[in-house]
Design a protein around this ligand. Structure first.
Ligand code: ZN
Length: 143
C-alpha cells in the first residue's frame, strides 16, 4: 500500500504575513524599540500594542502585517534583531488555525496560543478572507 500525501497548497493561498511580538512588563521597552526599528526599515502595517492578552494570544503582544515583497529582508533581519523577544511568524490564508499552528514558526521562546479561538476556515466561518493589511510605516533606514 502506498503512502497517501496531503494535497499540495498553492503559494497563492497566502494573502500576506503577520509577525506577533510578545512582551511583558520587563521586556516592554525592548518591544517598543523593536516596533520603531521595524517601522523605520520596512514597509509594513505597524499594529497597536495590546498590553493584555487578546484572541489566541496569552501574553501582551503587537502585530506587524506585511506582504511577500518584504519577507526576504524583514524575516532575516528579525532573526538577527529581535532583542530576545518571542516572535511568531505566520502566513494569512483561509486556514487561520493552521496558519498559527503548523504553518508558523518562532524566533525565541514559543508562547502558548489558544488555537481553539481561531477559525479552521475563515470562509466556512462566514469571513471572505483574512483581515486586510494596510501599510502604514514610512521606511527611511536601510536594513
Ligand atoms: Zn496574526
Amino acid at each position: 500500500m502506498s503512502e497517501q500525501f496531503p494535497a499540495l497548497r498553492a503559494l497563492t493561498e497566502i494573502f500576506h504575513y503577520h509577525i506577533h511580538v510578545y512582551y511583558d512588563e520587563t521586556s516592554r521597552a525592548r518591544a517598543v524599540k523593536l516596533h520603531a526599528l521595524i517601522g523605520e526599515r520596512f514597509a509594513v502595517q505597524l499594529g497597536r500594542f495590546f498590553d493584555q492578552p487578546v484572541g489566541p494570544h496569552t501574553m501582551a503582544q503587537y502585530e506587524i502585517g506585511f506582504f511577500a515583497d518584504q519577507f526576504a529582508q524583514l524575516v532575516p533581519w528579525l532573526m538577527l534583531n529581535h532583542f530576545d523577544l518571542p516572535i511568531l511568524l505566520h502566513p494569512n490564508t483561509d486556514q487561520e488555525r493552521e496558519d498559527h499552528r503548523g504553518s508558523s514558526f518562532w524566533l525565541g521562546q514559543p508562547v502558548p496560543l489558544l488555537l481553539e479561538r481561531l477559525d479552521v476556515s475563515l470562509i466556512a466561518a462566514g469571513h471572505a478572507e483574512p483581515r486586510a493589511v494596510t501599510i502604514n510605516s514610512t521606511p527611511t533606514v536601510q536594513a
